[in-house]
Design a protein around this ligand. Structure first.
Ligand SMILES: [Mn+2]
Length: 321
């Protein structure tokens, strides 16, 4: 059985955002693989934050991002309604357990795998950035080594953080070392600040990873940076991961390791849509949102919600072409 959160409002002009079952954009709620038949995109929640190095709280983000959703409608610039073009379901959250990150990662990998097995694109709402490891692993186990476009302040390519190997600062190191991500098809966008150091950047060079810093975004402009990132990842399936801390803290204050001097929302929203419209999008995630308010009052959850909407809009544009 699926649940249509809009059902009770069908006789009425519209459903207000603050009422009804919590689902992404009012999408149908599904939780069995059989419900994925004919579906294009499944939203999956990964509410865990056990592996952060600083401020926790991203476990609350999947609910907050859903609660910051607005109803479907045509994207005013792209001229397309992703929810009309694509069949989107909200596949609920992975059954995580607090303080058991290994179990939570397994649960996330299993749920994302279920979605990929049904030939549906999973879009995961984190969670701290460690959740990208089980998500990408699940996709790569089925589709082979994949390309990665990674928006972030930080490279997340540490061998360890505080001596701990499984952390929100290490997923990209682990994924490349495991062969799940092809380094030569991996591009980072938005790097800045004071971490990591020469050892990590040396390792990145060895693996052919392309890094576009915030000063590149400033000096070249977002369009040129996206062109170069797309050229680097080339043909083949691509995973897109967006750490909301790539945005300037002015646009996304609710995150655990903020860094001034970041991207504007207008650049990020355009970039994810453009990328989703031009690559073979295998899967995506949005991570590191720490919500503190309800609904669209939480500006960080709000912008994360819109990042997902841009991904969906890009996909819809790609399907129409
Ligand atoms: Mn990150």
């Amino acid at each position: 059985m699926t649940i249509d959160p809009l059902a009770r409002w069908r006789p009425l002009p519209d459903k207000p955002d603050y009422a009804g079952f919590l689902s992404f954009g009012g999408a149908l709620i599904a939780q069995e693989p059989a419900h994925l038949e004919g579906v294009d995109v499944a939203i999956v929640g990964a509410p865990m934050d056990d592996l952060v190095s600083d401020r926790p709280g991203t476990r609350f983000a999947p609910r907050a991002i859903r609660a910051a959703s607005c109803p479907p409608g045509p994207h005013l610039e792209a001229g397309i309604d992703a929810f009309a073009e694509l069949r989107v379901v909200d596949y609920g959250d992975a059954p995580v357990l607090p303080a058991d990150p290994a179990h939570s990662h397994e649960s996330i990998a299993r749920l994302v795998g279920e979605v990929v097995d049904a030939d549906v694109i999973p879009v995961t709402l984190g969670g701290d950035h460690s959740i990208t490891e089980p998500c990408v692993s699940a996709v790569a186990a089925r589709r082979g080594p994949i390309g990665l476009i990674h928006f972030d302040t930080h490279t997340d390519t540490g061998r360890d953080v505080f001596g701990i190997e499984r952390s929100h600062g290490t997923p990209m190191f682990r994924l490349v070392e495991a062969g799940a991500v092809a380094g030569a098809r991996y591009a980072q966008i938005g790097l800045r600040g004071y971490w990591p150091g020469p050892a990590e950047f040396g390792w990145q060079r060895e693996h052919g990873i392309a890094s576009f810093f915030m000063h590149d975004v400033r000096d070249l402009g977002i369009r040129e940076v996206v062109e170069r990132a797309l050229a680097h990842v080339g043909e083949g399936p691509v995973y897109v991961t967006v750490d909301v801390d790539v945005l300037d803290p002015a646009f996304a204050p609710g995150t655990g390791t903020p860094e001034p001097g970041g991207m504007t929302s207008i650049d990020l929203l355009w970039a994810v849509r453009e990328i989703a419209s031009r690559v073979d999008l295998a899967a995506a995630d949005v991570v590191e949102v720490i919500p503190t308010a309800i609904g669209s009052a939480d500006v960080t959850a709000l912008v994360a919600e819109r990042v997902v909407r841009e991904l969906l809009t890009g996909l819809a544009l790609a399907r129409r072409r």
